[in-house]
Structures are given as structure tokens and as C-alpha cells.
Design a protein around this ligand. Structure first.
Ligand SMILES: Cc1cc2nc3c(=O)[nH]c(=O)nc-3n(C[C@H](O)[C@H](O)[C@H](O)COP(=O)(O)OP(=O)(O)OC[C@H]3O[C@@H](n4cnc5c(N)ncnc54)[C@H](O)[C@@H]3O)c2cc1C
Length: 345
């Protein structure tokens, strides 16, 4: 494979470009220049899925690879965006606490979970009636900076072009776009996948997320607090308070309802005082079976998709972009749970 056109330069498209470039493939990215998910995300890589209280999919492979990927990129992009993260989960009930106590001794959870410490006496403003547990080995990526630096690098490498994919310029039979012929074209359009005709069977849904940006001198700057939502310290007494999950809301407006909901979440975690100084919104590309969508179109050779990263783009994109590049350049099979053909009857 010599040259690839990638449509969409969010974390999916950009990570894939990096992996393909490492393999000597010539890459062009066409991106609309409006990024509604990767640059808005809080960028956490959390080994746990709190909603179901289990480990994230393939966490033992995904997490260490992602850490190395971002640390290596800090050198390449000449910027700092990787941060270690200690996550404190405040339990909502005795039952949840008991569940955690049991899980932390199980082999697969041991390196990610520990129980409460003497925290209660140190920070009286936290609402901590059932105790808390610590998630270890998490980290977070300063997403806005990461995406800005990534785009700068890809522009310098003459890989990234800003523009909208126009179907009229695309000839499927010869895999050409705007007069140039490619070996492969990969669609990494996030929640805008529904506007691309070839992969609509994946039925990627809109899951709007909003975040409040707050300031407080009373909150812990050392760890993230979580219960029904999260308060992530981002430095200088500033925090992200998130996030909402709003299904099938296609507009990208910030709303008063989301602000009210998030302020309600804050009050379930702590009595600290704070001020809101911003609100942002993004669209997660989410798939009904909660697995990404990857691989070649069963009918159209050379046409690929890499999408559906849902709520976990920062955890999944690094290793999945490697697996995608291996699939494209070496013909290696993808993980059976992610293949696009699962939608194609
Ligand atoms: C509020 C919020 C908080 C989040 N927090 C986290 C978190 O803590 N951790 C985590 O791992 N994930 C988080 N996520 C999820 C994460 O943001 C997504 O999984 C990830 O960004 C998806 O990346 P993507 O590249 O697929 O999509 P996007 O980032 O949406 O990128 C798609 C790109 O394609 C371009 N594009 C689309 N259509 C076209 C076209 N026709 N022509 C040209 N370009 C096109 C767009 O301009 C865009 O740049 C969060 C998301 C939200 C909204």
C-alpha cells in the first residue's frame, strides 16, 4: 500500500495517519476543521467503566499501549499533554462499597483498584458517607492542546488539508478523489458518519456530551472525584465538571438543562464553593453494541472505516489505529468484535 486518503482528522483519523506514516505509507487527511469531539473531550483514560462497575474492554492491552503512544507523541509533537491521574470513586451505597471490596482482590482488578484511605479527615467538604475507592493507573490527555499540536504537526508534514469531503469529487470505481488516485480511502468522520453513504449500516448514533469548566480554591487538585459524574483537576484551581450523555440530540448547542444537571452532580460529590467560567459541548460517535467499527467494506475494495470510538476514544484510538494499520498494510485480521461486516447482511 502506497497512499491513503483519510477523511476526518479527529483522534481516530490522526492516530491512524501516524501509524500508517510509520509504515512508510503516504497519507493525506481531509478534515473539515471543525472538531466536535476529540478536542472537547476530557481525555481521561480510565480502566473502569463505572456505570457497569467492570473493567474497560481489553484494558490490559489498551491502557499500556495508549500510555506509550502518547508519551512518544509528546516527543514528536514537542508538547506536554499527558498527565497521570488518581481517580477517587465515592460510593453511593454500602452495596457498591462491598462490591468494590470484593473486586479489588480479584486478579484482573488488582492493578486497578484499591479501597479508601484516611481521606475523610483531610477533606471535610467531600460527601463521603459510604467511603471511597481509588482507581490506579489512569491518566488524562489535555485534549485541546493534543489536537492542536497534532494538526500543526500533520500540516507541517504536508499530510493535513482542511476541507469537506465532497461526494461529487469522488470516483468509487477508481478510488480517486479530486483527480488523485489512492490505494485506500478511510472514513474517520466520527458522529458525521451518517452523511457518508458507504458505511451507514453501522448506524453510528449521536451522543451529545457537555462539560462545565469551573474554578474553585477548595477542591482537591491532586485527584479526580467521581460519583454520577466527575470533577477533573486541570491545574491552577480549574476543573472540568462532566459530563452529560444526551442520546440522539444532533444539535451542538450548550443548554441550561445540562448546566443544571452538572451542578446537581457537583452537589452530590462535595459542598465546596465554585464558579462556572465556561461550558463546552461535543458529539460522541456511539454504536449500539458499544464496540468500534473498523475494516474494509465487504463490497467496495479499498474503502475502509475507523469509527465508533464512543466514550473511550482516548483509550482505544492508539492500539486500534495500530491494528487498523496492520490490517491495511499486512492484511492482518481485526478483532472480531469490531469488524464493520457485522452490520452487513
Ligand atoms: C463531553 C465529552 C467528553 C468526553 N470525554 C472523554 C474522555 O474523558 N475520554 C475518552 O477517551 N473519550 C472521551 N470522549 C469521547 C471522545 O471524544 C471520542 O471517542 C473521540 O473524540 C472520537 O474521535 P473521532 O476521531 O472518531 O471523532 P471526531 O473527534 O468527531 O473527529 C471526526 C473528524 O471528522 C471530520 N469530518 C467529519 N465529516 C467530515 C467530512 N465529510 N469531510 C471532512 N471532514 C469530516 C470532523 O471535522 C472531525 O474533525 C468525550 C466526548 C465528549 C463529547
Amino acid at each position: 500500500m502506497k497512499n491513503t486518503l483519510i477523511i476526518g482528522g479527529g483522534i481516530a483519523g490522526s492516530s491512524l495517519a501516524i501509524q500508517l506514516m510509520k509504515r512508510g505509507v503516504g497519507v493525506t487527511i481531509l478534515d473539515r476543521g471543525i472538531n466536535h469531539s476529540s478536542a472537547v473531550a476530557s481525555g481521561m483514560v480510565n480502566p473502569m467503566v463505572f456505570r457497569r462497575m467492570n473493567l474497560s474492554w481489553r484494558v490490559d492491552e489498551m491502557l499500556p499501549y495508549a500510555r506509550d503512544f502518547y508519551l512518544e507523541l509528546e516527543d514528536t509533537l514537542k508538547a506536554k499533554f499527558y498527565n497521570t491521574l488518581r481517580i477517587r470513586r465515592f460510593f453511593s451505597s454500602e452495596q457498591e462499597r462491598g462490591y468494590w471490596e470484593k473486586k479489588q482482590h480479584e486478579a484482573e482488578y488488582q492493578k486497578y483498584l484499591t479501597l479508601h484511605d484516611d481521606f475523610d479527615e483531610k477533606v471535610p467538604l467531600a460527601k463521603n458517607e459510604f467511603g471511597s475507592g481509588i482507581v490506579k493507573n489512569a491518566f488524562w490527555i489535555r485534549s485541546k492542546r493534543f489536537m492542536e499540536k497534532m494538526h500543526l504537526f500533520l500540516k507541517e508534514q504536508k499530510v493535513l488539508q482542511y476541507g469537506q469531503f465532497e461526494p461529487a469529487k469522488f470516483i468509487l470505481e477508481e478510488l480517486s478523489y479530486d483527480g488523485s488516485i489512492y490505494d485506500s480511502i478511510v472514513f474517520c468522520c466520527g458522529s458525521d458518519n451518517d452523511k457518508i453513504p458507504y458505511f451507514s449500516q453501522a448506524n453510528i448514533q449521536y451522543n451529545r456530551g457537555q462539560i462545565l469548566h469551573i474554578e474553585s480554591s477548595e477542591l482537591s487538585q491532586q485527584e479526580l472525584w467521581n460519583r454520577k459524574g466527575f470533577i477533573l483537576p486541570v491545574g491552577e484551581e480549574k476543573f472540568m465538571l462532566g459530563a452529560t450523555y444526551e442520546w440522539n440530540e444532533p444539535s451542538l448547542n450548550i443548554t441550561a438543562q445540562a448546566r443544571e444537571k452538572l451542578e446537581g452532580v457537583f452537589k452530590t460529590i462535595t459542598e465546596a464553593s465554585y464558579e462556572v467560567y465556561g461550558q463546552t459541548v461535543g458529539m460522541r460517535p456511539t454504536v449500539a453494541d458499544r464496540r468500534p467499527v473498523m475494516g474494509e467494506h465487504p463490497e467496495y475494495r479499498g474503502l475502509f472505516i475507523f469509527n465508533g470510538l464512543g466514550t473511550k476514544g482516548y483509550m482505544l484510538a492508539p492500539l486500534l489505529s495500530l491494528e487498523m494499520a496492520q490490517c491495511m498494510t499486512e492484511g492482518r485480521a481485526l478483532h472480531e468484535e469490531v469488524v464493520f461486516s457485522r452490520f452487513y447482511k
